[in-house]
Design a protein around this ligand. Structure first.
Ligand code: ZN
Ligand code: ZN
Length: 236
């Protein structure tokens, strides 16, 4: 049997413990059975915000209040055990997870609508000092390299050190991040992709999109690892 190069490469990967079940994995960070059980976003969803949409059409929420971004590429729903992996990446310093996520994100991105630039969700300098790295920059740089797109690592800044969005009720998140960002580069007529880890209300991504739009960005896409689905008792 003749193996192609990628198959050969995979067979030669050294085994390592799966980050989810601890079993030995030849596939990378997590093993094939854990990957199969992961909450991939495979249900029909809104092309703009990735919320469930049985007809794959733009959802009622996006029709009523269109965000500034026009499409989202998203890999997973933000549920167990994926949520634990994202927290391990952000707060447990498991940075190699970012590369594994970025590769999965790159596979979900429509090659026909590639942007001119990739922009990571910026962290405020104070937060960056505390954490030591920006997970969105790690994701963005890997994807930009894989797809051959220009990365703008620091052309947009977070100019207000706002409380973490996850610490706030959903309805307060828009106000929290309004005018929190500034872009310092001319984006006239450009298509930019904004990269973040999780899309929940979309408030942060929309505020960053507003800053990009102020600098002339014509089209804005968002690329995220995971989408939080609404709880029945919570409104977006
Ligand atoms: Zn496993
Ligand atoms: Zn939508």
């Amino acid at each position: 049997m003749i193996l192609n190069i990628s198959t050969k490469f995979e067979l030669m990967l050294p085994a390592q413990p799966c980050v989810l079940c601890g079993g030995m994995s030849h596939e990378g960070m997590w093993c094939a059975p854990c990957d199969e059980a992961s909450p991939y976003l495979n249900e029909p969803h809104c092309p703009v915000c990735s919320l469930p949409s049985p007809t794959r059409e733009i959802c009622g929420k996006c029709l009523k209040h269109p965000p500034l971004f026009t499409r989202t590429a998203c890999v997973f729903t933000y549920t167990f055990p994926l949520d634990k992996l994202i927290l391990a990446m952000k707060y447990g310093g498991q940075l190699t997870l970012a590369e594994a996520f970025a590769k999965k994100m790159a596979k979900r991105i429509d090659r026909h609508t590639l942007p001119d630039y990739v922009i990571p969700m910026p962290l405020h300098p104070t937060r960056l000092r505390e954490r030591g790295f920006n997970q969105s920059l790690l994701l963005a740089s890997t994807i930009a390299r894989q797809l051959g797109i220009v990365l703008l690592p620091d052309s947009c800044q977070r100019i207000r050190n706002t409380p973490s969005q996850s610490s706030l009720p959903w309805k307060e998140r828009n106000k929290n991040v309004r005018n929190a960002f500034r872009c310092d580069i001319d984006l006239s007529g450009k298509h930019v992709a904004l990269v973040d880890d999780v899309l929940t209300t979309g408030a942060s991504l929309n505020a960053l999109a507003a800053a990009a739009r102020q600098k002339g960005a014509e089209e804005i896409s968002t690329w995220v690892i995971a989408r939080t689905l609404p709880h029945k008792d919570k409104a977006f």
